[in-house]
Design a protein around this ligand. Structure first.
Ligand code: USQ
Length: 406
C-alpha cells in the first residue's frame, strides 16, 4: 500500500513509519515538525538524542534499502498544499497522528488552548475536506484517545466507541440505537479529540469516507523492533512535565534517583499500551478496511489498566525509588475505576505486551544511558488546569517536591 503518515515524526508516528516500511509499504511522512519547535519553545529536549527527520530516513534507507519519503506540510495551515499533495500522490491509506497530543501543554495558557484547538480541529477538518474535494477514497486511520470517554466510574466496561441505547418513542415503544459513548474530555487536548469524533461521524455519513478511529491509552516504552536496528533510528522519549507520560516518567525518575511524581493520591486508573503493540495495532487496523458507507469503526487501542499509585509502588519496589505524593495540577477524579473492552484487536490477533514482559528494564536502561541529558528542573508538572490551581502552584512551587513518603 501507499500510506501517508501525517505526524510521522512524532513519538508513535516515527516507529509506525518504520514498522509499515518494514512490512513493504510505501511510506510518506507528512509533518510540520511542530513537536521539535515545541521542544525549543519549552526549552526541553527528548531524553534520547534525535537526528533530523531527513537523517533518520537516510539511515533507514542505508540499513534496509527501503525509502521513507518526507514532505514538510502543515495540515492545519497549508490546506491547498495538502490537497495538491493528496491529489498528486493518491495514497491508499492515511494514518493521522498530526495533532498536538499533550494534555498539560494544551492547558498551559490561553495561547496554548487556542493553538491546540486550531491545530487539531483545523488539521483534521482540512484533511477530510481535501479527501472529499479530490475524490480520494483512502482509508483514514486516526489516532484518537481513551480520554474521550472520561474517567468517571460508571461500574460498566467501556465499549468500543458506541453505546447501545433504547429511546422511548412518543408511542411508548423503545427504539434501539448505537450512539457515540458520551464524550467527557478532561483537558482541551482531549476535547479536540472529542470534536474529531463528530467530524468523522459527519464525513462518514455524508461523503462515505472510510474511517477507523483508534482510542489509544497511555503509551509506554521507547524501542520497537525497527528502532533497535540502528542508534540513529532511536525514538524520542519525553520526560518533562508537559509531554512526558506517567509510566515513562516514573521509569526515568527512578533511573536518576528523582522521587516518583504521583499527582494527588495516585488513585487515577488509566489504560496503557506498549509502543510495540501500538504500531502493531495500526498495522492491524490498516488491514481491516471499512467499506464506503460504513459507520466510523472504533477500536480501543489498549492492553491493560493500572492505578497510578500501583505503578509508582511497583517501580519503587523494583528500584528502591522514593515516591512523592504531590498536589495535583490537574482537575480530575481523585480515584476512578476503569474496565475497557478491547475485543476487536484481540480478535485480529494482537498478543499484548504487558508490564510483566520484562520491558520495564529496557526503558530503565535507555533512561540510565541518557540520564546525563536530563534537566531535573523540567520534571515537575506545573501546567495547572484552573486559575485556582494555578494560584496554589505559583504561591508555593516548592510544594511540587514536598512530602516524600516512602
Ligand atoms: N500523572 C501523575 N504523575 C505524573 C504524570 C501524570 O500522577 O508525573 C497522572 C496524571 O495526573 C493523570 C495520569 O497520570 O491522572 C495520566 O497522565 P499522562 O500524562 O500519563 O497521560 P494523559 O495526560 O492522559 O495523556 C497521554 C497522552 C495523550 C493520550 C492519553 C491517553 O499524552 O496523547 O491521548 O495519554 S489517555 O490517558 O488514555 O487518554
Amino acid at each position: 500500500m501507499k500510506i501517508a503518515v501525517l505526524g510521522g515524526d512524532g513519538f508513535v508516528g516515527w516507529p509506525t513509519c518504520l514498522h509499515l516500511s518494514d512490512k513493504g509499504h510505501e511510506v510518506h511522512i507528512i509533518d510540520n515538525l511542530s513537536r521539535r519547535w515545541i521542544d525549543t519553545e519549552l526549552g526541553v529536549q527528548s531524553l534520547t538524542p534525535m537526528d533530523s527527520i531527513q537523517e533518520r530516513t537516510r539511515i533507514w534507507h542505508e540499513e534496509t534499502g527501503r525509502r521513507i519519503h518526507f514532505h514538510l506540510i502543515d495540515l492545519a495551515k497549508d490546506y491547498d498544499v495538502l490537497k495538491n499533495w493528496l491529489a498528486e500522490h493518491r495514497p491508499d491509506a492515511i494514518v493521522h497522528f498530526a495533532e498536538q497530543r499533550a494534555a498539560p501543554y494544551s492547558m498551559k495558557s490561553d495561547k496554548h488552548k487556542n493553538y491546540t484547538v486550531n491545530n487539531n480541529v483545523s488539521g483534521t477538518h482540512n484533511l477530510l475536506n481535501a479527501m472529499v474535494e479530490i475524490g480520494l477514497d483512502a482509508h483514514l486511520v486516526h489516532l484518537g484517545t481513551m480520554g474521550v470517554y472520561g474517567y468517571s466510574t460508571v461500574g460498566a466496561a467501556i465499549p468500543e466507541g458506541y453505546l447501545p441505547v433504547g429511546i422511548e418513542t412518543m408511542d411508548g415503544e423503545t427504539v434501539k440505537q448505537d450512539i457515540l459513548y458520551p464524550a467527557n474530555p478532561g483537558s482541551i487536548y482531549h476535547m479536540t479529540k472529542c470534536l474529531d469524533q463528530l467530524l468523522f461521524q459527519f464525513y462518514a455519513k455524508n461523503d462515505q469516507v472510510r474511517i477507523t478511529d483508534l482510542h489509544q491509552g497511555i503509551v509506554w516504552g521507547t524501542h520497537t523492533e525497527q528502532t533497535r536496528v540502528h542508534p540513529q533510528l532511536i525514538n524520542r522519549f519525553d520526560y518533562d512535565g508537559d509531554y512526558g507520560t506517567v509510566l515513562n516518567r516514573f521509569l526515568i525518575q527512578a533511573a536518576i534517583d528523582f522521587p516518583l511524581t504521583v499527582h494527588g493520591t495516585g488513585g487515577q486508573t488509566r489504560a496503557f499500551i506498549h509502543i510495540q503493540d501500538s504500531v502493531r495495532c495500526i498495522e492491524l487496523a490498516l488491514n481491516e478496511t471499512p467499506k464506503a458507507g460504513d459507520p466510523v469503526r472504533i477500536f480501543n487501542q489498549m492492553t491493560e489498566t493500572h492505578r497510578v499509585r500501583d505503578l509508582a509502588e511497583m517501580i519503587a519496589n523494583l528500584t528502591g525509588a522514593k515516591i512523592a505524593y504531590l498536589p495535583n495540577p490537574r482537575k480530575e477524579a481523585v480515584e476512578n475505576e476503569l474496565v475497557v473492552k478491547n475485543d476487536q484487536f484481540l480478535a485480529l490477533g494482537l498478543d499484548p505486551i504487558t508490564l510483566e514482559n520484562g520491558l520495564l528494564d529496557e526503558v530503565m536502561e535507555v533512561a540510565k544511558k541518557f540520564a546525563y541529558r536530563v534537566d531535573r528542573s523540567r520534571i515537575p508538572a506545573v501546567s495547572a488546569w484552573t486559575k485556582d490551581i494555578s494560584k496554589t502552584v505559583e504561591a508555593d512551587p516548592e510544594k511540587l517536591g514536598l512530602k516524600i513518603v516512602s
